[in-house]
Design a protein around this ligand. Structure first.
Ligand code: HEC
Length: 150
């Protein structure tokens, strides 16, 4: 897996500032994660999947589009186009960034489940326990449709 160093983030003043802002917003309860209805998708059970079981599924993409807008767009941008303060999630589909789609899926799940919290600063909140595994992979399916060159 690619070593995405926290140091790289900490060296960026812009992201540090942003992180402080994000923590503040969370403290005010302004960004309550939204429940996602995934009952139209095959249910996945307890075990975490290594790769996206819904890849290319039109219904998963539809559910994921809405779930992304409700839970991720405020930080990562509408249609996954970053304003520059957060990683551009279209890079998850950039062959130059990951060895293969499995690695990209695993990095996606690491971040969405555990977030990015450093010394109590919430750069990105963890979504495990808030979004279901089904919702997470639906978001991944939507992000598959977002390519950098578009
Ligand atoms: C409060 C703002 C915020 C929210 C909400 C948020 N993120 Fe993030 N996310 C970040 C920041 C900041 C980083 C960079 C963290 C780092 O590198 O240490 C990040 C990193 C990531 C990464 C790693 C990207 C890379 O290129 O390394 C993924 C994947 C990701 N977020 C997905 C999501 C998804 C999916 C959602 C919605 C369920 C979401 N994020 C919600 C702020 C946020």
């Amino acid at each position: 897996m690619r070593n995405l160093s926290v140091g790289r983030v900490l060296r960026s003043g812009a992201v540090l500032f942003f992180g402080a802002q994000a923590a503040l917003v969370l403290a005010h309860g302004d960004v309550t994660p939204q429940a996602v209805n995934t009952e139209t998708l095959p249910q996945l059970g307890e075990e975490w999947r290594e790769t996206n079981p819904y890849r290319g599924d039109a219904e998963a993409i539809r559910v994921g589009d809405s779930a992304y807008n409700q839970n991720c767009a405020r930080c990562h941008g509408l249609e996954a186009i970053s304003g520059g303060m957060t990683p551009d999630l279209r890079k998850l589909n950039d062959p130059a960034e990951y060895i293969d789609i499995e690695e990209s899926d695993q990095w996606f799940m690491t971040r969405i489940r555990h977030g990015a919290v450093v010394d109590g600063r919430v750069y990105m909140p963890p979504f495990e326990g808030i979004l279901s595994q089904e919702a997470m992979w639906a978001i991944r399916s939507y992000l598959d449709t977002r390519k950098l060159e578009e």
